[in-house]
Design a protein around this ligand. Structure first.
Ligand SMILES: O=P(O)(O)OC[C@@H](O)[C@H]1O[C@H](OP(=O)(O)O)[C@@H](O)[C@@H](O)[C@@H]1O
Ligand SMILES: [Mg+2]
Ligand SMILES: [Zn+2]
Length: 166
């Protein structure tokens, strides 16, 4: 079985600026490359799980998301870090427009995205980690059965480097 580091995107990989959807808006958070590299070196898969209701709200398109996402994955790849997969949920239960107005099992705090990754990559959630910037991220982890959850604030990204040694 595999172990994974599940990462929220906005507020953990990049600075949260409300519905970031353009490359020029995207600012990596200090320490995220070191953190993901240290987990990768310990054999963890790096998997991103992100609510992207900005799509459902009509602020940007799925195409916009994929352009930014491809660019983001390339930045990690250039530093020798492999993001196994990025799961995203475009739906919003009340503010979604048309087909995007939906109460989705994938939308955090629901665990849908984590469970899809578990099944596809044979992940032992009990030995995995999740880092999020919101309580709903942590709840999604708990709802999926991940015990090692970390609510991230700017101050402690580097302190997370020793998470794995323990
Ligand atoms: O990677 P994340 O942190 O799951 O992405 C969060 C953003 O999609 C978006 O989330 C929230 O919007 P909704 O309530 O889901 O519409 C807000 O916190 C926005 O500020 C975030 O940018
Ligand atoms: Mg976030
Ligand atoms: Zn725009």
């Amino acid at each position: 079985m595999n172990r994974a580091l599940f990462l929220d995107r906005d507020g953990v990989i990049n600075i949260e600026k409300n519905y970031v959807h353009k490359i020029e808006e995207f600012e990596f958070i200090d320490g995220i490359f070191e953190l993901t590299k240290s987990f990768q070196e310990k054999g963890y898969l790096i998997i991103v799980i992100t609510n992207q209701a900005g799509i459902g709200r009509g602020y940007y398109s799925e195409e916009d998301f994929h352009i930014l996402n491809d660019w983001m994955m390339e930045q990690f790849k250039q530093r020798g870090i492999n993001i196994t997969e990025v799961y995203y949920c475009p739906y919003h239960p009340t503010h979604g427009i048309g087909e995007y107005k939906k109460d989705s099992y994938d939308r955090k705090p629901n665990p849908g995205m984590i469970l899809k990754a578990r099944d596809k990559y044979n992940i032992n959630l009990g030995e995995s980690f999740l880092i999020g910037d919101k309580e709903s991220d942590i709840q999604a982890g708990k709802n999926a059965g991940i015990e090692n959850t970390v609510l991230f604030t700017e101050s402690n990204m580097y302190s997370l480097l020793n998470l794995v040694q323990r």
